[in-house]
Design a protein around this ligand. Sequence first.
Ligand code: ADP
Ligand code: MG
Length: 202
Amino acid sequence: MISVDVISKSYGDVPVLQDIQFNVEKGQTVAILGPSGIGKSTLLRLIAGIDPKFEGTVSRPKNMAIVFQEPTLLLWRSVFENIQLIHPELSTEAVREALSEVGLADKADLFPGQLSLGQQRRLSLARGFAGNPDLLIMDEPFVSLDEKTADEMLTLTERLISKTQPATIFVTHDTTEAARLATQILTLDGQPATLKIKETLK
Ligand code: ADP
Ligand code: MG
């Protein structure tokens, strides 16, 4: 189980987050909603352990994957190597399987620069799921894709989540996206931001 207890987070003198408490079980998906600049990415960085400077505690499993807003790929390495270098324990076959899950089986030898943005996002998703994470963190993974591509990504993500069953925490500003993936929706509001609405869906 992931347990988040953020008492407060500030940048310098500016308080950004305050009193944010929630738990996520394996197999559950929590969506964090809120307007731009409210502190969603900041909260994810605290949860992931990337930013340790806050008051509070987070308990998280070791096996964690993060899918950032930008695909954050190694541009000088092949599509295949982008998965293999992060997951050296995987066999060649398993890497190929991870690529084929996201429809990139025939792109293994290309470089990320030779992929469309949608394909780069799918590669980043495949890299996230390839290690069978206990905790999956995603920061606006479907933003700035056209409607059809975003919809395909959502369907793909739903499938990978139901197969892998991690605890998932993802950030979005799209209520439809949140409703489709999430078992629980948390809304951030105010300055400093606190949890305004906790809605359990499934
Ligand atoms: P969101 O992801 O919801 O758009 P962020 O978490 O990125 O919001 O940012 C929340 C607030 O904190 C914003 O006002 C932003 O300018 C500020 N902020 C984010 N990162 C830093 C940082 N490293 N140093 C100072 N201020 C920051
Ligand atoms: Mg953000």
